[in-house]
Design a protein around this ligand. Sequence first.
Ligand code: URA
Length: 243
Amino acid sequence: MRLDKFLVSTGSYTRSEAGKLCRAGKVSVNADFQKDPSVKIDPEADEICVLGKVVEYRKYTYIMLNKPEGVVSATEDGDKTVIDLLPTELQRIGLFPCGRLDKNTHGLMILTNHGELSHYLLSPKHHVKKKYKVETKFPLSESDRQALERGVDIGGYITAPCTVELVGEREAGITLTEGKYHQIKLMLSAVHNQVTYLQRVSFAEIELDGTLSEGSWRFLTENEVEILTRDFNLLKSKNNKKG
Ligand code: URA
């Protein structure tokens, strides 16, 4: 891996900051200062320091993105994708979105190149929570709320129990533990209503950062990565003990 790419992957530097640090003689590889940001290093074996401090290697990258309307939650498409919103150095490290959001849905999208984790998070077996802010064309009643919570028929499938909080006359917070195609829109049409605005506000207990404007992104913090991977790591260590 290139030295500057390694520094970018830690989440602490942009590509140009990484290049500047190298050229200024502030980066060492195994105790030798390395001014060439394109030099190849082995992130698992080499010790990289910036200003004398060891930089830990992050094997995987985890990103939070605030998806705007009109962008597709895929890696490739004829239209603009969530990957196109990232800087070029992050477009080539195998990131893909954890779950789908419709083109006109806004909000939290987690992207990672940790394939096994994303498989775990998306498996219906694990009931990972996804919370949406929903605005509707017509008022929502208490009986709508109860029906949605119990489960409604969305074309031959009865949705699993979920949590619905009425926030305003035409606004609700809905937390699902499954993710059928167009699920929220189909659930609202099952109670003779229509979604006018849909935003995902949390995924697997990670909340959308209110300071992230639409279309922008940031690396997950260490604490968020710990939350996102906790149950997966627990399951893995349990399986390793068994095996
Ligand atoms: N439900 C929907 O209808 N659309 C989404 O994008 C997500 C959940």
